[in-house]
Design a protein around this ligand. Structure first.
Ligand code: TXA
Ligand code: MG
Length: 357
């Protein structure tokens, strides 16, 4: 039922794009690559088509969706009064991994915004995504193309694993480059609020527009509720991006009562002694400390390159699940740049349970 079409990620074939665009125009569902993760797209101005996204991925309709556009000229059609910061950010970052939450206008179906007064928008930096939006002739509403609460898909095979038979078409443009979702920034508040750390580091945003509030910082959380945001961003829900296996997530607290190498070995030994199958979701440097132990290993890449780690994080969770491990041992990363997004996804995958070192 779900067709998969291979498409050239750099020079997408026009006939394939047209076929996918026709599916979008008639109200169907198409999964497509972006630079962050695969999206599950529908016509963003058609409330019936948008509703099928929620059914396909079993996502609560209280979670609003991102509208993907191809061009800044499309902004006026879907937003009302824009703050000046939009032009600064759009000019510098779009197309790119930044989603802006802006005042919606009445053309945007409430199914997209979960009934709220704001709409999330981004221009993705991927030739396939851009070609599809242009050919469809409409903004495309798209969450990540995973079953609700599963790790986001970074390959067409991940989409198929979760959604085979539930959607019309998958455009397979190979693995995504960034591997974690876009950074979500609300421009409804002043200063703006970071709603989800992601593929665009916070430091880059601050360099462009100055102070940004973090969730729960200052008035940020109050403000979101006061503005009538229907629910906390689902990216903020615990038990999100979760593998099936239980996660042991070691976090540096700054107190360092036990060193990381010691803690890794202790938890690995305890898991094995309990008769559980152990999975290691770790960077190269940490895996090397556990060479001698029986475990399923997923090498995230070198800790010195957080963008490589990001590109492998969700794929690693899925690979260890497929290998059938009971417990996954992992740890945090330095909390700047992409490290913020990595730690956020790991924290949620661990359902908010951390082991402080
Ligand atoms: O990289 C990405 O952002 C991917 C690709 C496909 O573009 N999309 C994605 O969508 O991750 P999704 O639905 O999985 O996550 C969108 C996030 C959610 O945390 C949602 O709550 C938040 O954006 N969001 C969407 N509309 C919002 C709004 N009006 N106000 C506040 N948060 C919103
Ligand atoms: Mg998602």
């Amino acid at each position: 039922m779900t067709r998969v079409l291979s498409v050239d990620p750099l020079n997408p074939q026009p006939d394939i794009i047209e076929e996918a665009a026709a599916v979008i125009r008639r109200g169907g569902l198409v999964a497509f690559p972006t630079e962050t993760v695969y999206g599950l797209g529908a016509n963003g101005l058609d409330p019936v088509a948008v509703a099928t996204i929620f059914t396909a991925k079993q996502r609560p309709s209280s979670d609003p969706l991102i509208l993907h556009i191809a061009n800044r000229n499309q902004l006026d059609a879907i937003t009302s009064t824009l703050p000046d910061t939009v032009q600064i950010l759009a000019q510098a970052i779009w197309p790119g991994p930044l989603t802006l939450v802006l005042p919606r206008n009445e053309r945007v179906p409430l199914a997209v915004t979960a009934g709220g007064p704001s709409v999330a928008i981004r221009i993705p930096a991927h030739p396939v995504a851009l070609a599809l939006i242009r050919a469809a002739g409409t903004p495309i509403a798209a969450p990540s193309a995973n079953m609700f609460s599963r790790p986001s898909p970074t390959r067409a095979a991940d989409v198929l694993e979760d959604l085979d038979g539930r959607i019309d078409l998958i455009l397979d443009g190979g693995p995504t480059i960034i591997g974690v979702e876009s950074t979500v920034l609300s421009l409804i508040s002043n200063p703006p609020t970071l709603l989800r750390p992601g593929g665009l580091p916070l430091e880059q945003i601050e360099a462009l527009i100055g102070e940004v509030l973090l969730p729960g910082e200052g008035e940020a959380s109050d403000h979101i509720v006061a503005e009538g945001e229907t629910a906390p961003a689902p990216g903020m829900l615990l038990k999100h991006y979760s593998p099936r296996a239980h996660l042991i997530y070691l976090v540096h607290s700054g107190q360092a009562s036990e060193s990381l190498p010691r803690a890794l070995r202790r938890f690995a030994h305890e898991t094995i002694a309990a008769g559980k199958r152990l999975g290691l979701l770790l960077p190269d440097e940490s895996l090397a400390l556990l060479d001698d132990l029986p475990a399923e290993r997923y090498n995230l890449g070198s800790q010195a390159d957080l963008s490589a780690i990001a590109a492998h994080l969700f794929a690693g969770m899925r690979a260890l699940d497929r290998a059938g491990v009971d417990t996954i041992l992992t740890h945090d990363f330095p909390p700047s740049g992409l490290g913020r997004a990595l730690n956020d996804r790991l924290f949620r995958a661990a359902e908010g349970k951390t082991v402080e070192l």
